[in-house]
Design a protein around this ligand. Structure first.
Ligand SMILES: [Zn+2]
Ligand SMILES: [Zn+2]
Length: 255
């Protein structure tokens, strides 16, 4: 049943591949009414979903930002588990992402003895070019390439009420991402390491803050924390460049 409900988003994993009981690897859940979009699927995502009362059969789409393991290692297990005879999926599953996602799936399926084969009516793959927009059910999903890997995409979800959530995926600083995030209600932005430990192709709190400030986003959520972030003043560093509503992601929180 449809309503005027606004989209909601939960952080499933706010960490990386470094093992942690507090921070699972990257994944968020975007949902509105019955529609559920899993954005990234790091190891442990199925269990994190269950903690929110969401079963994999409820997921309409798995959307990947890129193909690093902390963002996509659970894809094969999710598709394999979907075939478990006692599960009763009532809607097709879409797997979507940047260039090479079809090859990624085919490679996994080959390695695992074609155990991921699904009926065409139950499963489809969408491969995004560098920039564009997909209308998926009632959700508009904009995408744009970001600076991390060739297939890396940031996503912008706009629901019929106009509420807008942007997810950066992994990225370095870019003017494109500022433009792409313009006036978003929520920007979920990677901030992998503190300012002093900045590495190539990742952001830090003050850079994420600069993107959010210049884009005029209403709420900034920092996520994708390496353990080094636990010893740093991530909020204080972000406050050097951003004065708006600020949240440091925690697993399972709704933002
Ligand atoms: Zn990455
Ligand atoms: Zn990552």
């Amino acid at each position: 049943m449809r309503s005027n409900q606004r989209s909601r988003v939960n952080i499933l994993g706010s960490g990386t591949c470094v093992p942690s009981l507090e921070r699972y690897p990257c994944s968020i859940l975007v949902r509105r009414d019955e529609m559920q979009i899993l954005v990234d699927a790091g190891p442990g995502t199925m269990g994190q979903l269950l903690k929110l009362g969401v079963h994999i059969d409820d997921i309409d789409m798995i959307l990947l930002s890129h193909f690093h393991l902390d963002h996509c290692a659970e894809v094969a297990p999710i598709i394999f588990a979907t075939k478990y005879p006692r599960f009763d999926r009532e809607k097709p599953l879409t797997l979507a992402g940047g260039s090479g996602i079809r090859d990624l799936f085919e490679g996994l399926n080959q390695v695992f003895g074609r155990s991921l084969d699904m009926e065409d009516s139950d499963f489809r793959i969408i491969e995004f070019p560098e920039k564009g927009r997909l209308d998926f059910k009632e959700m508009g999903i904009g995408y744009t390439r970001v600076i991390h890997k060739p297939e890396s995409r940031a996503y912008r979800f706009t629901d019929p009420s106009g509420f807008c959530i942007v997810y950066s995926g992994d990225t370095d600083f870019s003017e494109d991402l500022i433009e792409f995030s313009e006036d978003a209600d929520v920007l979920i932005c990677e901030s992998a390491l503190p300012d002093a430990l900045k590495i190539d192709k990742h952001l830090t709190p003050s850079l994420a803050g600069e993107i959010a400030s210049r884009a005029g986003v209403k709420k900034l959520v920092l996520t994708h924390f390496y353990p080094e972030c636990d010893d740093a003043d991530m909020e204080g560093e972000c406050r050097n460049t951003y004065g708006g509503d600020l949240v440091l992601a925690r697993d399972l929180m709704e933002v």
